[in-house]
Design a protein around this ligand. Structure first.
Ligand code: NAD
Length: 377
């Protein structure tokens, strides 16, 4: 195992505070910070102890209340970012400030000889990321996109169903992340700060699907945005991606939904599965045979239907629990430390983050033109 990486965190709000507790406690587990949260997988026995890999050097935040909060845990608080960058004991910077600050902070850090772990969305657009990638190459410093939701248990279950063809060949995947609180009343509601739901949750759900499809070509992108609770920034997104294989993926984020649809639905030619929520309630329904005898019609509204009559269970379909997945919740922290020590390749690469940002740009273009956009990259 390589050298312990000493990390300074810039921006110690909601997410930076979570990182600070996770690294300071050495568990990589911010669950201690979110009281009573149900976080599946955090109790996974496979979780790596990161205390031997990472160490919190300190934090910096312009908000005195956040400085006090950090001191309350016994964390060191730097007076400003420049002082943190000038500390020779600091190996890496974790950027967790509002989105519009990421680029300058990343470039400053790499020029000061520090590796960077940068919160999503890593940059406001692909041009910013290209600039940062050039500085990473020039300085030899690691720039690591923290696209952590590739380790979400709900996503990993869907990935397993897809990859192992547990319901046959998949033709449609739907992921819907829904809440009812609008855009939080902070910088997320301001465009210049990188606000809006595409930049917030959109990046996560696009990132995961792109990662799952392992570079398969996307032939069509269609996107619609909503501005129900905020006239400046999108408070909801609906994206349809069509892959070369014909797989259609529908991704949705909503913030004005007081009843929710399932978090995931996945449809194959031999079954379907759903995950209702982050508590991972759900099921997989598998078809044994298409040769079911003809069925009797059911009443559907003012008419009858045979086509939509539900299967009665029994021989033709079986209902199964969702498959279990093994994963290490601390994989990204671990991989970052190993990459800084030259011991591993980045799992979440700069090129992957670039593709995700370009896809988000294609989504904005589709919304502006009202048309389906071809995606060449
Ligand atoms: P937040 O508003 O809770 O925290 C931001 C903090 O940055 C605040 O404490 C603020 O005072 C501080 N700050 C602002 N300007 C600063 C500056 N110039 N120097 C130092 N500190 C400064 O926001 P958040 O929810 O913690 O989001 C921060 C970043 O983390 C965003 O990029 C967001 O997209 C990302 N995030 C990622 C996830 C994830 O799951 N990966 C989840 C939430 C947020």
């Amino acid at each position: 195992m390589g050298k312990k990486i000493r990390i300074g965190i810039v921006g110690c709000g909601g997410m930076g505070g979570g990182h600070a507790v996770a690294i300071f406690s050495g568990t990589g587990n911010a669950i201690y910070f979110v009281k009573d949260a149900h976080v599946p997988g955090f109790d996974s026995p496979a979780t790596t102890d990161i205390s031997k890999m990472l160490e919190l050097a300190g934090i910096v935040d312009i908000d005195p209340a956040r400085q006090e909060w950090a001191r309350g845990f016994g964390m060191y608080v730097y007076p400003d970012y420049e002082t943190m960058l000038a500390d020779p004991t600091v190996d890496a910077i974790l950027i967790a400030t509002p989105n519009h600050l990421h680029k300058e902070e990343a470039i400053q850090a790499m020029r000061a000889g520090k590796h960077v772990l940068c919160e999503k969305p890593v940059m406001l657009d692909s041009n910013e990321l290209l600039e940062v990638m050039a500085v990473s190459k020039e300085t030899g410093m690691v720039f690591y996109p923290r696209q952590n939701r590739e380790w979400d248990e709900d996503y990993l279950i869907i990935k397993k169903i897809y990859e192992e063809k547990l319901i046959g060949n998949v033709f449609n995947i739907k992921c819907k992340v829904m809440g009812s609180r609008g855009i939080p009343g902070d910088w997320r509601g301001v465009k210049a700060y990188g606000g809006g739901m595409m930049m917030d949750w959109g990046v996560h759900i696009i990132d995961r699907i792109v990662a799952m499809m392992k570079g398969e070509k996307i032939t069509k992108v269609y996107c619609d945005l909503s501005y129900i609770t905020n006239p400046e920034c999108d408070d909801g997104i609906q994206v349809t991606l069509t892959f070369e294989s014909g797989l259609r993926v529908n991704l949705e984020v909503g913030t004005c939904h007081f009843v929710n649809e399932p978090l995931w639905c996945i449809y194959g030619d031999m079954g379907s599965a759903e995950i209702l929520n982050w508590k991972l309630q759900g099921r997989m329904v598998r078809l044994n045979s298409w040769d079911e005898k003809d069925t009797t019609p059911i009443l559907a509204g003012a008419g009858l239907t045979k086509t939509m009559a539900p299967r009665m269970g029994g021989k033709s379909v079986e209902e199964l629990p969702l498959p279990k997945v093994e994963f290490d919740h601390n994989e990204l922290y671990k991989n970052f430390a190993e990459v800084c020590n030259g011991e591993a390749e980045q799992i979440v690469t700069q090129e992957h983050a670039l593709r995700v940002l370009r896809l988000m740009e294609a989504c904005f273009k589709s919304y502006e033109t009202g048309e389906t956009v071809k995606f060449e990259k």
